[in-house]
Design a protein around this ligand. Structure first.
Ligand SMILES: [Zn+2]
Length: 265
């Protein structure tokens, strides 16, 4: 649980540049693809509701960062076509990075000189490859620690295991089944995120640094996907539906992962 009030936050003397990556599956209230799928006309009304809730959680993180003394805030829309956040409703103190493709996807621009990163609306891994770890490791290459992640209860456990006890986690919902969850109200989620960010930015955090060489292994849904991903230079077929990529430089591992996903799409 989080206290309802932290009192006034102390401002930092040095500039604090905050990078915020916002996904949608881990937003409070989201339980089904009809709420997060921007490509299906039949889902338009539901999707329209939930992109507004996604924007509200992004704003909660921006507000928390500003209250903790942030001097620069960039928000990266990190879901699907990456055009979900409502620009006109986003806190004008933040810059919005929107649209796709972006070479570094959910962490595009993380190498642009940031002190800390926040991952909002993230979700627990459904496969051996977890987006949280892949993105946190790329932030780590630039020396940027992840200070806070918000999302479901499974994500919180994954974040602690991967990033260590220093990372703050905000749990906005408990998974019940694949398409069901018990969630706090959206306004409560926003308050928890804002207060969690203020608190997290008062503490030091460690970047995730993976010792080389690093291997990423992608387990595809179908063998035809693995057939295509295997065309990526340096890729190795390690199973019927599995392709691996190893490199000493994690930035190349990330590029290999992105290339494999794009080839298989
Ligand atoms: Zn997403």
């Amino acid at each position: 649980m989080w206290p309802s009030s932290w009192g006034s936050a102390s401002l930092r003397e040095s500039s604090v540049r905050v990078y915020i990556s916002v996904d949608m599956e881990g937003v409070a209230g989201v339980v089904h693809e009809s709420q997060t799928d921007p490509s299906t006309p039949a889902f338009a009304a539901e999707y329209g509701r939930f992109r507004r809730l996604m924007t509200a959680e992004a704003n909660a993180a921006v507000d928390g960062a500003l209250a903790a003394g942030a001097t620069k805030v960039v928000v990266n829309d990190s879901h699907w076509f990456m055009r979900n956040l409502l620009a006109e409703e986003l806190n004008p103190a933040a810059e919005l990075l929107s649209g796709d493709p972006k070479p570094r996807s959910m962490v595009e621009g993380i190498d642009g000189g940031f002190d800390t990163a926040l991952f909002i609306g993230y979700h627990a891994r459904g496969r051996p490859v977890g987006e949280l770890g892949i993105n946190a490791a790329l932030a780590g290459v630039s020396g940027v620690p992840v200070a806070l992640v918000s999302g479901d209860s499974g994500l919180a456990a994954e974040a602690k295991e991967l990033l260590g006890d220093h990372v703050a986690t905000v749990v906005v919902k408990q998974a019940v089944s694949r398409h069901a969850a018990k969630s706090v109200a959206p306004v409560v989620a926003c308050r928890m995120i804002r207060e969690g960010v203020i608190q997290a930015l008062q503490r030091p955090h460690q970047p995730l640094v993976l010792s080389p060489p690093v291997t990423v292994e992608v387990d595809f849904a179908m063998t035809i996907h693995a057939d295509m991903a295997e065309l990526c230079p340096g890729a190795r077929r390690t199973g019927g539906r599995t392709v691996a990529f190893t490199h000493g430089d994690y930035r190349e591992v990330f590029r290999g992962w992105r290339a494999m996903l794009s080839l298989s799409a």
